[in-house]
Ligand binder design. Structure first.
Ligand SMILES: *[C@@H]1O[C@H](CO)[C@@H](O)[C@H](O)[C@H]1NC(C)=O
Ligand SMILES: *[C@@H]1O[C@H](CO)[C@@H](O)[C@H](O)[C@H]1NC(C)=O
Length: 501
């Protein structure tokens, strides 16, 4: 994707202040009362001594407990508590610190098997979306209860484990990314994260890189699955589990790429005449495919293959077929009807007038969504009919320029929409819940201002994001081990700059 500068107000940050972890006040001293008889005095002294010893023990255990909670907040990397602290904590059950409670047993029991054993993490912190705290080691501001690790850095080998690393350095300018279940029998339960490389100059230095994870989320391999291409920017996922990558330069093409790297990449029939290509979307129900071109006169193309390939759907995108172009006929500012025409020139003028510079495109059921970046508008076409509507992204769901949006279906009332934005003062990942509350999941104030490659592992416990110009790829997980679609323990979503809109 290319950059534009739409300003947006900086987010106000909520950080945990030190006062929230202040040690409890020492209990008031107990003064001895006057004695009447020597025997009573002895009894009295014994009782008072006993009470004092108890109080000292109470205060010291309280301090230990507060310290443990404080460490858990400032250092998300879990450590087992010292052997002396553990039994004391268990005897002090009624004393509740101000910090969030550790995960309840029901949460622990629902952990997926890919998450580290709960015994290593006695001080889990509840996920508190929007409550940002500084993660000083990584230069990120993370919502409380999240944990980040760097997976790869452009120009450096990808570290698999202490003894192994990739022979290739990680690609520069990581852009759109997606995850796929690894279909190879030698990696059961594993998955693959693919990532476009938007290197523009010199030509033929872009491509697509792929990181393979095993079923535990450990990196097994990094390799390039498409090379000798230029400015690989957007793309899309096919219904049969391959990746389509678009080249955004004047000689651009669309490529179908096998995430495992087994099948050689192939050029799509649609767009063979070359262009500034961006994204791809499939409508499996009607066997039709759509692509966008990020250019002022870039039309939206629709491809309908002449034949189906039930045994090898990969071929669907490379054979003969019909390409037509979108033509909108507005009836008011926000709605109208549409047709697909074969006259490219007419379609180009129509795009220039009504939907210039299109980026993301997606199909959900009977709806085709695409974003015209230049006029900050989302268009929604009814694929079952011939009408469309549009709405501005300047207000409401988004504030700047939504770049990528992923809908995570949780339990009925907990659908979350995760999105990244260009042009914010501080680039980050944001989410919106069904109630319309928008909150910041993380920000990277020390990194370049474009967050790319947002994707989730198939079980949704891991989020992947990249800071494009820095070439850094992060993995973000919830410390409670739950998927990002799960309800957070703390239902009090914090506000961010977004709800001032
Ligand atoms: C490290 O990774 C390599 C490559 O995936 C693998 O062959 C090797 O067994 C791993 N070593 C350890 C100690 O996990
Ligand atoms: C790289 O791509 C260009 C343009 O398609 C082509 O002319 C060239 O032969 C390719 N080089 C290699 C090594 O495949």
């Amino acid at each position: 994707m290319t950059k534009t500068s739409i300003p947006s107000s900086p987010s106000s940050l909520t950080t945990l202040s030190d006062t929230e972890h202040d040690l409890p006040m020492a209990p008031p001293e107990i003064l001895p009362t006057t004695e009447k008889k020597p025997r009573l005095t002895f009894l009295f002294v014994t009782v008072i001594l006993g009470v004092l010893i108890f109080l000292i023990a109470l205060v010291s255990t309280f301090m230990t407990r507060s310290k443990v909670s404080q460490e858990a907040v400032s250092t998300p990397i879990r450590e087992s508590p010292s052997p002396t602290a553990a039994p004391i904590m268990s005897t002090l059950a009624p004393v509740v610190p101000k910090t969030p409670p550790t995960a309840s047993p029901t949460v622990t029991s629902s952990l997926s098997p890919t998450v580290r054993s709960p015994t290593t993490a006695p001080t889990r912190i509840a996920f508190d979306p929007g409550n940002l705290v500084k993660d000083s080691s990584q230069g990120l501001l993370l919502s409380v209860g999240l944990q980040a690790r760097i997976l790869a850095q452009a120009g450096q080998p990808v570290q698999y484990n202490v003894t192994h690393q990739s022979s290739l350095p990680f690609h520069a300018m990581p852009d759109f990314g997606a995850t796929f279940v690894d279909t190879r029998p030698e990696n059961p339960g594993g998955w693959i994260y693919v990532s476009n490389s938007e290197v523009r100059r010199p030509w033929y230095q872009g491509g697509v890189g792929a990181i393979t994870f095993d079923s535990q989320g450990h990196i097994r391999e990094y390799r390039m699955i498409l090379t000798n291409t230029t400015a690989n920017c957007g793309g899309g996922v096919t219904p049969w589990g391959s990746w389509v990558s678009g080249e955004e330069y004047r000689e651009g093409l669309f490529w179908q790429v096998d995430p495992t790297g087994t099948r050689p990449p192939e050029i799509l029939t649609v767009g063979k005449e070359k262009g500034m290509y961006e994204s791809f979307a499939a409508d499996p129900q009607r066997n039709q495919y759509f692509v966008t071109e990020d250019f002022e006169t870039g039309p939206i193309r629709r491809f309908i293959p002449s034949s189906t390939h039930p045994t090898d759907p990969w071929k669907t995108l490379h054979g003969e077929g019909e390409t037509t172009y979108l033509y909108l006929q507005p009836t008011s500012e926000q709605e109208g009807t549409y047709t697909w025409i074969s006259n490219k020139n007419r379609a180009q003028s129509n795009a220039q007038a009504l939907f210039p510079n299109c980026e993301g495109i997606d199909v959900h059921g009977d709806k085709l969504y695409f974003i015209s970046k230049k006029i900050e508008t989302v268009f929604v076409l009814d694929l079952a009919g011939n009408s469309y509507t549009s709405y501005s992204t300047r207000q409401g769901l988004f504030q700047g320029q939504p770049d990528q949006m992923i809908q995570l279906q949780g339990n009925a009332d907990n659908t979350l929409y995760f999105f990244t934005e260009d042009g914010s003062a501080s680039a980050g990942v944001h989410a919106r819940n069904r109630a319309g509350q928008i909150f910041t999941i993380l920000e990277g104030p020390t990194y370049s201002n474009e967050v790319t490659g947002l994707a989730f592992s198939p079980d949704k416990t891991r989020m992947y994001i990249a800071f494009q110009d820095d070439g850094i790829l992060f993995e973000i997980v919830r410390q409670d081990g739950l998927p990002f679609s799960a309800r957070s323990l703390n239902l009090r979503y914090h506000s961010s700059a977004f709800d001032t809109v």
